[in-house]
Design a protein around this ligand. Structure first.
Ligand SMILES: *Cc1c(COP(=O)(O)O)cnc(C)c1O
Length: 397
C-alpha cells in the first residue's frame, strides 16, 4: 500500500513548479497564478480515475469522512452505523458532527456485515458507513439494497482500497459519497490529503463550501464571496496537491506491482491447509494493498504473528491486539475520554460500548493476519518473503 516508497522526479517537479510560481494556497490569488491550479487539476484527475462527476480535495482522509457526512446533513440526533474493524477516524468523524457512532460486526469480507447493519437500524439511523478495509470490500449489493430500502445514506470509506473495483466500478464511487486518504501510508500519497467523491451535485457543492469556511467559490474575487453555510477549514495546500498530481498518474503502475507481489505471497500461503483467506464478494477486484489470511484460532494467529516478526517479516498486523484499528483495544473510546464536554445524548448513545463484546467480529479478527504489500520489493525479495512466511506459519499451526 505505501506511497511513501515511491516518489521522486515527477513529484519534485510538480512541487518545484508551485514554489517557483509562489502561490501555495488553492483558492484566491488568481492574478498571481499564471495558470497554476494543482488542486483543481488533481480533482479533475480524480474524477477521471474514479469515474465520478465530482471530486473535492481536503486536508486528510479523516477530513474527507467528516466533510462527506456534513455535506449530506448528518449531525446531532443522528446515528451512523459503522464497523468494529476500521481506523479510529471513522468514529472520530461521526463524533465531530455530534452524531452517534453505532458499531456493528464485520463478516468474512472483513468489512461491515449487512445482516448486522439491518439489525442495528433505528428511527434515528441516517447513514451506513462501509469501510473497504485492507484493499478489499464489503458486500456492496446487499449494503446498497439495505440503504435504499431504509432510505439511508451509504458512505464509502475507500481510504485503504484505492484502485479496487466492484462490478467494474471503482471503490469509493458506489456509495452516495466516497472518501479517500492520501496520507503517507496509503497507495498514493500527497504527504497529507484526502478527497470526497460523489455524483450528487448538492453534496459536492456542500463539500466544496464546508471544507473552506462556507465560501461559495463563485467568481474570482475571494474577498467578495458569500458564505451560504457554516463551514470549517479542511483545505489542502497546492504543495500537497502537486505531490498528489504526480502520484495519481502512477497509480496504474503501483497497482500492477501490488497485484504481482500479492499473488506470489498468496499462492505460497495457499499451500498450507490451515490457512484460509478473506472473502472477496463476487464481482470484486481487490486493490491488493494487503494480503489477509485466517489461521485456525487466536492461539495460532498470535504464534504466527510472533514468528513472522522473529523471522524478519515486517508489516504484518494481528489487529486483535492492536489499538488503532479494532474496537477491542479502543479503551479511550469505549469509556469515552474527551477533552471537552460531550452532549448527554451522544454519551448515552455510546453506553452500549462499555459492555458489548462483538463476538462475531472477534471470531474473524482474532484469527486474522494482515500483511502490507510493498512496492519496493524486488522479485527476489518477494520470493524470499514467501518462503519466510511459509516457514513461520507452518511452525505455528
Ligand atoms: C487512513 C485512513 C483514514 C484517515 O486518513 P488520514 O488521511 O490519515 O486522516 C480513514 N479511514 C481509513 C480506513 C484509513 O485507513
Amino acid at each position: 500500500m505505501p506511497g511513501f516508497e515511491r516518489f521522486g522526479e515527477q513529484e519534485r517537479k510538480q512541487v518545484q513548479d508551485v514554489l517557483d510560481n509562489g502561490v501555495l494556497m488553492r483558492y484566491g490569488f488568481d492574478g498571481m497564478r499564471n495558470g497554476h491550479w494543482k488542486a483543481k487539476e488533481l480533482e479533475r484527475e480524480l474524477e477521471r480515475t474514479f469515474k465520478t462527476q465530482h471530486a473535492q480535495l481536503v486536508s486528510s482522509g479523516t477530513a474527507a469522512v467528516t466533510v462527506a457526512l456534513a455535506s449530506a446533513g448528518v449531525g446531532a440526533g443522528d446515528e451512523v452505523i459503522m464497523p468494529t474493524f476500521t481506523f479510529v477516524a471513522s468514529f472520530e468523524a461521526i463524533m465531530m458532527l455530534g452524531a452517534v457512532p453505532v458499531l456493528v460486526d464485520i463478516d468474512d469480507t472483513l468489512a461491515i456485515d449487512p445482516k448486522a447493519v439491518e439489525a442495528a437500524i433505528t428511527p434515528k439511523t441516517k447513514a451506513v458507513m462501509v469501510v473497504q478495509m485492507c484493499g478489499s470490500m464489503g458486500r456492496m449489493n446487499e449494503l446498497e439494497a439495505i440503504c435504499k430500502a431504509n432510505n439511508l445514506l451509504l458512505i464509502e470509506d475507500a481510504c485503504q482500497a484505492i484502485g479496487g473495483t466492484f462490478n467494474n466500478k471503482p471503490l469509493g464511487s458506489i456509495g452516495d459519497l466516497g472518501c479517500f486518504s492520501f496520507d503517507f501510508v496509503k497507495t498514493i500519497t500527497s504527504g497529507e490529503g484526502g478527497a470526497v467523491i460523489t455524483n450528487n451535485d448538492a453534496y459536492y457543492s456542500h463539500s466544496d463550501q464546508y471544507s473552506d469556511h462556507g465560501h461559495d467559490h463563485i467568481g474570482s474575487d475571494r474577498g467578495a464571496e458569500t458564505h451560504p453555510h457554516l463551514g470549517y477549514n479542511f483545505r489542502i495546500s497546492e504543495l500537497h496537491a502537486a505531490v498528489g498530481l504526480a502520484q495519481i498518474k502512477r497509480l496504474p503502475e503501483f497497482l500492477e506491482v501490488q497485484k504481482n507481489n500479492f499473488t506470489v505471497l498468496r499462492e505460497a500461503l495457499a499451500e498450507i491447509p490451515e490457512v484460509t483467506f478473506r472473502t472477496v464478494p463476487e464481482g470484486g477486484e481487490e486493490s491488493y494493498a494487503f494480503l489477509n489470511f485466517f489461521l485456525p484460532d487466536l492461539e495460532s494467529a498470535r504464534k504466527a504473528s510472533k514468528a513472522l516478526k522473529e523471522s524478519g517479516v515486517d508489516g504484518c498486523f494481528h489487529y486483535y491486539d492492536n489499538n488503532w484499528h479494532y474496537i477491542r483495544e479502543w479503551s479511550h473510546l469505549k469509556n469515552i475520554k474527551s477533552l471537552y464536554p460531550i452532549s448527554a445524548e451522544v454519551k448515552n448513545g455510546l453506553k452500549y460500548l462499555e459492555t458489548k463484546t462483538f463476538e462475531q467480529s472477534n471470531h474473524y479478527i482474532a484469527r486474522n493476519i494482515s500483511c502490507l504489500i510493498k512496492l519496493s520489493w524486488s522479485q527476489e525479495d518477494v520470493n524470499r518473503r514467501a518462503q519466510l512466511m511459509l516457514d513461520a506459519i507452518k511452525a505455528s499451526v
